[in-house]
Design a protein around this ligand. Sequence first.
Ligand SMILES: CCCCCCCCCCCCCCCCCCCCCCCCCCCCCC(=O)SCCNC(=O)CCNC(=O)[C@H](O)C(C)(C)COP(=O)(O)OP(=O)(O)OC[C@H]1O[C@@H](n2cnc3c(N)ncnc32)[C@H](O)[C@@H]1OP(=O)(O)O
Ligand SMILES: NC(=O)C1=CN([C@@H]2O[C@H](COP(=O)(O)OP(=O)(O)OC[C@H]3O[C@@H](n4cnc5c(N)ncnc54)[C@H](OP(=O)(O)O)[C@@H]3O)[C@@H](O)[C@H]2O)C=CC1
Length: 515
Amino acid sequence: MSMIAAFYGGKSILITGATGFLGKVLMEKLFRTSPDLKVIYILVRPKEGQTLQQRVIQILDSKLFEKVKEVCPNVHEKIRPISADLNQNDFAISKEDLQELLSHTNIVFHCAATVRFDDHLRHAVQLNVTATQQLLLMASQMPKLEAFIHISTAFSNCNLKHIDEVVYPCPVEPKKIIDSMEWLDDAIIDEITPKLIGDRPNTYTYTKALGEVVVQQEGGNLNIAIVRPSIMGATWQEPFPGWVDNLNGPSGLIIAAGKGFLRSIRATPMAVADLIPADTVVNLTLAVGWYTAVHRPKSTLVYHCTSGNLNPCNWGKMGLQVLATFEKIPFERAFRRPNADFTTNNITTHYWNAVSHRAPAIIYDFYLRLTGRKPRMTKLMNRLLRTLSMLEYFINRSWEWSTYNTEMLMSELSPEDQRVFNFDIRQLNWLEYIENYVLGVKKYLLKEDMAGIPEAKQHLKRLRNIHYLFNTALFLIAWRLLIARSQVARNVWFFIVSFCYKFLSYFRASSTLKV
Ligand SMILES: CCCCCCCCCCCCCCCCCCCCCCCCCCCCCC(=O)SCCNC(=O)CCNC(=O)[C@H](O)C(C)(C)COP(=O)(O)OP(=O)(O)OC[C@H]1O[C@@H](n2cnc3c(N)ncnc32)[C@H](O)[C@@H]1OP(=O)(O)O
Ligand SMILES: NC(=O)C1=CN([C@@H]2O[C@H](COP(=O)(O)OP(=O)(O)OC[C@H]3O[C@@H](n4cnc5c(N)ncnc54)[C@H](OP(=O)(O)O)[C@@H]3O)[C@@H](O)[C@H]2O)C=CC1
């Protein structure tokens, strides 16, 4: 019997960010392994014209929850969506809802965040820092609370090369930052943002670091732990391999490469690609929840959920396997044949961006205009290049994360828990994982049918022929222009033609003699 699964039985659990990638996988696992849990409260904001209930139904109707519906048929009764906006004071939760939350919650998993790299500092601070502070305040009024688990990121201290499982201080106290956001106007915030984030690449990593300091400083007597995943990818095993439902991290780039938009990417092939499957993050998080509640460590423990030091894979190997998988499982209606490559310096990156990204987009838009359609490729390409520029920081460096706490926790689990809540990344086979990842992107993100693979392969063959034809035509035109202008080119051309003619004549003559 799993001790962790038993622990969550009968519990009332509060999850923020439950509608996000990690939140959904977390809920799924909780319901599947502890169907007797009492209730999961989720803080949800109404969105895109959908009510809270509709958002929950949409989640439960997804393939991710198919197994859950078998083991926990009344799952919809056990999810209690609470209208809340983490951008608002007190989250705009009604008094009744707040009362219910305060009096019943046993465990809090705080997953909500803005994960955008380009978010305005004010918004990123509000969600990743102030909201965390408010949630802690709320948690301190929960008499039945056993553990508060804060999800951070392994990159919150990406300005360091070696990162330990500790909370690092920030030069400016989070409280000061929170206060200043209240009275500074946007223009001034824009001006001071680069100074504040310092040697971090974006507001996301900076505010996640501030969030951790808030957790440590304002956790009071709560049983708190921080989980720091690296780059979260599709599921490895549970509830099935390859599940993914957003474009963050590598997923968007896999689509861009598979559809033939992405031709080159500035990356260091030997840099460690610290990916971690979403289900591994969930298993560790649930184990941390159990350990924190049952063992009540004296200080706030930080757990790294990373792969690099235990089972490293580099971007070169990953990129090659992604491309190899496209051969077997191509995406439908590709723009060009998938054929991306890594560049390693500014000059080649600019060159390939111009030749392989911008030029084809301009040509295609010209063709769309000619055929009376709206041009769109240049806009899409600009977006892709912007995304690439934001991800570049993470694919050209390697970090070392120590994992003492994570390994300690693993050793604390019973063999059954090590199986049911497996977060031992050493068991992961990267090539198999990446193949399933690409397949998952095709099925769950692009919603493409496997039956369309033969047609997709045909389409790629057509694209290859067009590519050869285009290149041959281009070569002939260039050559023709050269001949018209240069005597040397003309001499070379006559030499080649006369050589071919002589060779053919000789070949003809020798075959006539044989007859
Ligand atoms: C040895 C020899 C080797 C040779 C080998 C050769 C191999 C060749 C290489 C082949 C390549 C193969 C494929 C690639 C395989 C791996 C490549 C590596 C990439 C890995 C990158 C990972 C880096 C992640 C680092 C994470 C560090 C921190 C981790 C975390 O803690 S947080 C989670 C991460 N957060 C994010 O990822 C958020 C990033 N996104 C943003 O910040 C924003 O979305 C944005 C990128 C700034 C874009 O903002 P916009 O306002 O412009 O757009 P918006 O968000 O509104 O969306 C607009 C449309 O674009 C779509 N979209 C959004 N995000 C992405 C995305 N990441 N990629 C693509 N498209 C995206 C979005 O859906 C919108 O679409 P629409 O609705 O249709 O308009
Ligand atoms: N993805 C990754 O690679 C990594 C993620 N992490 C961390 O994991 C956690 C989860 O990330 P992930 O699931 O990928 O992120 P998502 O962007 O998929 O999910 C974010 C969640 O936060 C919610 N949220 C955002 N703003 C608000 C708001 N104002 N009020 C209420 N809820 C809000 C979103 O709700 P809504 O659906 O309404 O938008 C969504 O449920 C984050 O803390 C992130 O920092 C750490 C490392 C890597």
